[in-house]
Structures are given as C-alpha cells and as structure tokens.
Design a protein around this ligand. Structure first.
Ligand code: ATP
Ligand code: MG
Length: 180
C-alpha cells in the first residue's frame, strides 16, 4: 500500500485547499519555523482517527479548524483527506484507490468517510489495524516517541512489536471468541 496524497482544507494554518502528492521515494518537507510542517503530520494523524486534542497540540478539537489571521477570517470547517494506492489489497475488499476523509465543524459535528461513504471512527480504526498505518502505530514517530519507546515498560514495547508484526487483530479476535 502506498500513500498517494494528503489534502488539507481549513486544517490549522492551511486555510486554502492544499494537496500534497507523494511520489515514489522519500519525501521531505522543509520550511521556516512556524510554516506548518508539523501541522501536516497532525493532519495525517487526525484523518486516521486521532481523538486527543492534546496530541494534536491543541486544547480542544476545534483548535484544528483554521482560526483566522490578520488578513483572513476564521473558517467553520476543517477537512482532511488521504489517498492510498491499494493495488496490493492491504485494505481488504476495497478498490485500488482508497480515500479516507474526516470533517469537523465548529458546531462540533463531525464526519468520517471511506470513498465518499459515511462510516464510523471504529470502521477506520479496524480498517488500518495491523497495517502499520493506524493513528498510534510505529509508522508515525514523533520526537517524544523515540524516547518513550526506549523508556517504556516491556509490555508496552511488546504492543508496538505485535502491531508491527500484524498480530494484534488476531489477538482481538481471540479475546472476542473467548467471551462469546
Ligand atoms: P517548526 O519548524 O518550529 O517545528 P513548523 O513548520 O512545524 O515549525 P507548525 O507547528 O506546523 O510549524 O505550525 C505552527 C503555525 O500554525 C503557527 O503559526 C500557528 O499559529 C499556526 N496554527 C496552528 N493552529 C492554527 C489554527 N487553528 N488556525 C490558524 N493557524 C494555526
Ligand atoms: Mg514542527
């Protein structure tokens, strides 16, 4: 599975619709302090289902909506979508191109979509479980996380390894089967 594009619209400092396309190879994002590099990573985690405003560096979830600048009024909606090339069927039973979209309105209303179809947050989490792409998986490693992996308890470190090896889904199913 490959990440093809990330589109931000009204997310944090990205008031205008901005599409970032990822081509083969390594992509680096450079820019001066405060230009929005980390906001792009926040958008990536948010669209994959991040529920903690703090880990998105805000106090409340509405802080991710463009809050206005000297020359522009604030917006009422943030939208982020992420497009994957799924030709290898990492995401089972879904087409070759998969677009996940998340929206949040100032009213508090929010939406998740998979290929334009409304879904629950749970559907997104389950879809990405064991693919290495989930919101708190090893595929996104923040500055602080490197340290926390070294300092974490063996059980927590094991969770990371299980997710990487792709067995957490089976553990969850085993627990479910036991309780039935
Ligand atoms: P550094 O190199 O210092 O890490 P950076 O490129 O990672 O910088 P970010 O942290 O991504 O920068 O961007 C911070 C900027 O985003 C700040 O100027 C902040 O005002 C702006 N910002 C954050 N949230 C919002 C919002 N809701 N509305 C408008 N601007 C926002
Ligand atoms: Mg930064």
């Amino acid at each position: 599975m490959k990440l093809k594009a990330l589109t931000l619209n009204g997310f944090k400092s990205f008031a205008d619709k901005t599409k970032i396309e990822f081509t083969d190879g390594l992509t680096g994002i450079v820019g001066p302090n405060g230009s929005g590099k980390s906001n792009i990573i926040d958008a990536l985690r948010w669209v994959l289902g991040e529920q903690s405003a703090k880990s998105l560096r805000g106090d409340k979830m509405a802080d991710i909506i463009f809050g206005g600048s000297e020359s522009r009024a604030s917006l009422n909606r943030a939208e982020v979508s992420i497009e994957f090339d799924n030709t290898d069927q990492t995401l089972k039973r879904l087409p070759e191109s998969v677009v996940i979209c998340r929206r949040l309105y100032r009213s508090g209303e929010s939406e998740f979509l998979i290929n334009n179809k409304n879904v629950r947050l749970r559907d997104i989490s389950e879809l990405f479980m064991d693919t290495g792409v989930s919101r708190n998986s090893f595929s996104i490693i923040s500055q602080g996380k490197v340290e926390s992996v070294f300092n974490s308890k063996p059980e927590d470190r094991r969770y990371l390894i299980e997710e990487a090896a792709g067995i957490s889904k089976y553990k969850k199913e085993k627990l479910k089967a036991r309780s039935e």
